[in-house]
Design a protein. Structure first.
Length: 162
């Protein structure tokens, strides 16, 4: 989905990774959990921190900081898990994303959102839906369905416990 596809005001959940502010469309967010024990699953990518039990369902937990080339998320009082729905090849899966802190829900009009920067052909910015302008800073609006490749998610799904 490109910025031109955003034609009406949309609500976004904003959250921090390190000092950067990111956002997800609230329609993709199912719930926000306090950080809890994450069970490590062997032979999974580094950004896959493990799984949690969410009311009897196994939910993979991803460290977005590691996925984006940042340092590992350190647990603090504000660390939380954002549970989101991710579309993968026509199937919807629940995925937990670690965040340093959740900020707030903001509504942004289409004119507040600019296209993601195009930085040559080597850097893939397809997972950035746009750059939202909030006061004096930009918010990176993520397209959670494109943050992970099918290969990433296939590796996670095949490691899911029964």
């Amino acid at each position: 989905m490109s910025v031109s596809a955003i034609t009406e005001a949309t609500q976004y959940l904003t959250f921090k990774l390190d000092e950067e502010v990111f956002a997800l469309d609230v329609s993709k967010v199912k719930e926000i959990l306090e950080y809890t024990t994450v069970t490590k699953v062997p032979q999974t990518p580094d950004f896959m921190r493990g799984v949690i039990n969410l009311r009897g369902s196994v939910v993979p937990v991803i460290d977005l900081r590691l996925k984006f080339g940042m340092t590992v998320t350190e647990q603090s009082i504000n660390t939380c898990i954002i549970v989101a729905e991710v579309d993968m090849e026509g199937e919807t899966i629940l995925l937990g994303a670690l965040a340093d802190s959740v900020q707030e829900v903001n509504e942004m009009e289409p004119e507040q959102i600019e296209a993601a920067p195009h930085i040559g052909t080597r850097l893939n910015t397809d997972f950035i839906k746009g750059m939202g302008k909030q006061d004096n800073y930009f918010v990176m609006i993520l397209d959670i369905d494109k943050v992970f490749s099918s290969d990433d998610l296939a590796g996670i799904q095949s490691s899911d416990m029964p």
